[in-house]
Write a protein that binds this ligand. Structure first.
Ligand code: AKB
Length: 316
């Protein structure tokens, strides 16, 4: 099947880079970017772009039919920190959009779906070190609840209706092109911007808060890999654990100082500390590594080098 792709939420942090990558792989005319507004002008101007409200079933269906889409990447979501401020909006956006896409696949308008889950599916009763694929899951954020419930629905639609839905539990994603919005792991991107612009950063998490993280290139590679894997090799249809590296704010600051000795950090934990404390410190992703041969490339040192170099250019 030649993919004819719709990316919903293409203006966001991951959606934007996925758009560039999929266009490079499959050709500009085969990858339609969409979002609820023109919030990322680079994406809007980079190829075919449609305004689509992910919560509007008719709007998504019209776009799918207009462009003869067979594959949807549903990247629109409200993340953990914003979700705690607007619980019902987070529930509505994250669940309605998923049901719309799953139902389009069930009705055979589309053939394949990618939907991101998150480490937020885990909670304070989950083992924190090397968190297994199958374990206790009692998420305490609205975002985590929507991702956990969403995983159950993905597996259900696969088992009952044969929907080819594939999913990854993303850790915090670090990138320099588009800023993340409303997540608990956002500090790991903000810190690099502030290192370049102010040479100092006040962190909203405490110094020893370890969290699973990953460079954007690795996250995009994992997404492309799972979507191009043979159907029979994708054995988990809820969502796969996915791991890159883990570090604390203190370790991240040290890695920046190695390349920028004048950088300094202070800590002022806020409401996001409680969210971070409920999440794993590191992830066991053996199933992804075995089933479809996932492997990450970027170390913390390499990420810091990439981030400082590219952001240095950007702020010149
Ligand atoms: C968040 O912090 O909410 C996200 C995530 C880990 O899913 N980046």
């Amino acid at each position: 099947m030649n993919p004819k792709i719709l990316i919903i939420g293409a203006c966001g942090q991951i959606g934007s880079e996925l758009t560039y990558k999929l266009r490079a792989l499959y050709g500009d005319k085969n990858v339609i970017a969409s979002d609820i507004s023109y919030s990322n002008i680079d994406i809007v101007n980079s190829g075919v772009f449609e305004i689509v409200d992910a919560q509007d079933y008719a709007a998504v269906k019209i776009c799918v039919e207009k462009h003869r889409i067979n594959t949807v990447y549903l990247m629109a979501a409200m993340l953990s920190a914003t979700g705690e401020k607007y619980p019902m909006k987070a529930w509505d956006l994250n669940m309605n959009s998923l049901f719309h896409v799953l139902n389009l696949a069930k009705a055979k308008f589309i053939k394949k779906v990618f939907w991101p889950s998150s480490i937020a599916v885990f909670g304070s009763t989950t083992p924190k070190e090397n968190t297994p694929q199958f374990t206790v899951m009692e998420p305490s954020t609205v975002y985590g609840i929507t991702k956990q419930v969403g995983e159950r629905w993905c597996e259900y639609y696969h088992n009952k209706y044969g929907v080819d839905v594939r999913s990854l539990r993303y850790p915090g994603i670090i990138s320099w092109k588009t800023l993340p919005g409303g997540g608990t792991t956002d500090y790991a991107v903000e810190i690099y911007h502030k290192a370049i612009t102010d040479k100092k950063y006040e962190c909203f998490l405490s110094e020893n808060t370890a969290l699973p993280m990953m460079f954007m290139d690795d996250a995009i590679k994992a997404t492309v890999d799972i979507m191009s894997a043979n159907e029979k090799d994708v054995k988990i249809r809820s969502s796969y654990n996915l791991s890159g590296i883990s570090f604390t704010p203190k370790e991240l600051a040290q890695s920046i100082k190695q390349q920028m000795p004048e950088f300094s950090i202070t800590y002022k934990p806020d409401y996001r500390q409680e969210i971070a404390d409920s999440w794993p410190k590191s992830i066991d992703d053996a199933y992804a590594r075995n089933d479809w041969k996932w492997k990450h490339d970027f170390s913390l040192e390499q990420i810091t080098k990439e981030m400082l170099t590219h952001l240095g250019e950007k702020y010149k």
